[in-house]
Design a binder for this molecule. Structure first.
Ligand SMILES: Nc1ncnc2c1ncn2[C@@H]1O[C@H](COP(=O)(O)OP(=O)(O)OP(=O)(O)O)[C@@H](O)[C@H]1O
Ligand SMILES: [Mg+2]
Length: 260
């Protein structure tokens, strides 16, 4: 009996990216949390999250802006546009995968799977991303930083996830982005960072969600993370968080405490 050897490649439908975000991330609160973790991993000192008109689906927008190391055009092409990229775990001299710490503050990254950014699907249909990178150069052994330069360009990328429907293949949808070189047109002037603007929100936000998110960000800011000088500013158009207890307030009120 003759046999025929056949070969074919998986050809994912575009919809797979939407599924990734929607199935992996529990709710919109956790989706924002994923983006905040990305800012921490990018060595940001602070991340500002603005919720604009989020109780009105027509006008609502969420903006996440950090002062981290941003993304070079190579990172956008080889990491951001490559779902599942494992660049955080490069192979060491022994051939093992090793988590690489963040370049400036030597933080242990909170992300490693290479899919967290697709969390935005849980939130909105449109994403505008602007990023100006900091180019960090190391010595030969990668033990010391020899230079830090703010790149002379800024990247702007826009995606409408509605284009990623079931009828198309992922490889048939081009992603276009701009590389700006004129500083006067930059969003990030004399600094690096990443700006994400989400619109076409999938659901409205409530005070309960705002407080849930605040709770998550407080627990993320453990004493270890605070040592790393990372601040998360959440701001809503409404008085949703005014009476929210601070981390130190919670500690003061706690009935039990452990001393090591
Ligand atoms: N705010 C940001 N600043 C700089 N780079 C970013 C930012 N957000 C994402 N990136 C880049 O995009 C990559 C992909 O982010 P994504 O959250 O999808 O994956 P991850 O953080 O590597 O892993 P995980 O899926 O566990 O979160 C990051 O590894 C990082 O290189
Ligand atoms: Mg991540």
């Amino acid at each position: 009996m003759s046999e025929e050897l056949k070969e074919k490649h998986f050809k994912p439908k575009a919809h797979i990216l939407t599924l990734l975000g929607e199935e992996l991330i529990k709710n919109p609160v956790m989706a924002i949390y994923e983006l905040v973790k990305n800012s921490y991993d990018a060595d940001a000192n602070k991340v500002d999250v603005f919720f604009k008109d989020v109780d009105d689906i027509e006008k609502a927008a969420i903006i996440i802006e950090d002062d981290g190391i941003g993304m070079t055009s190579e990172i956008v092409e080889d990491v951001w546009l490559e779902p599942g990229s494992d660049f955080r775990k490069p192979i060491n001299k022994l051939g093992e995968r090793e988590i690489s710490k963040s370049p400036i503050f030597q933080r242990i990254p909170m992300g490693e799977k290479g899919v967290g950014r697709f969390a935005v699907h849980k939130l909105s249909t449109k994403i505008l991303l602007i990023s100006r990178p900091l180019i960090v150069k190391f010595n030969k052994d990668k033990t010391e930083i020899i230079s830090k330069t703010i790149a002379d360009y800024e990247i702007e990328l826009f995606i409408n996830w509605k284009d990623f429907n079931q009828s198309r293949h992922l490889s048939d949808i081009p992603i276009k982005w701009k590389l700006r070189r004129e500083e006067k047109n930059f969003r990030f002037k004399e600094k690096s960072g990443t700006y994400i603007h989400l619109s076409g929100l999938k659901e409205t936000w409530t005070k309960g969600m705002a407080r849930d998110l605040k709770g998550h960000t407080i627990s993320m800011l453990s004493p270890k993370v605070t040592e790393n000088n990372f601040k998360i500013n959440l701001s809503f158009d409404y008085q949703w968080l005014t009476d929210f207890p601070s981390a130190s307030g919670i500690l003061e009120e706690s009935p039990l405490s452990f001393t090591l």
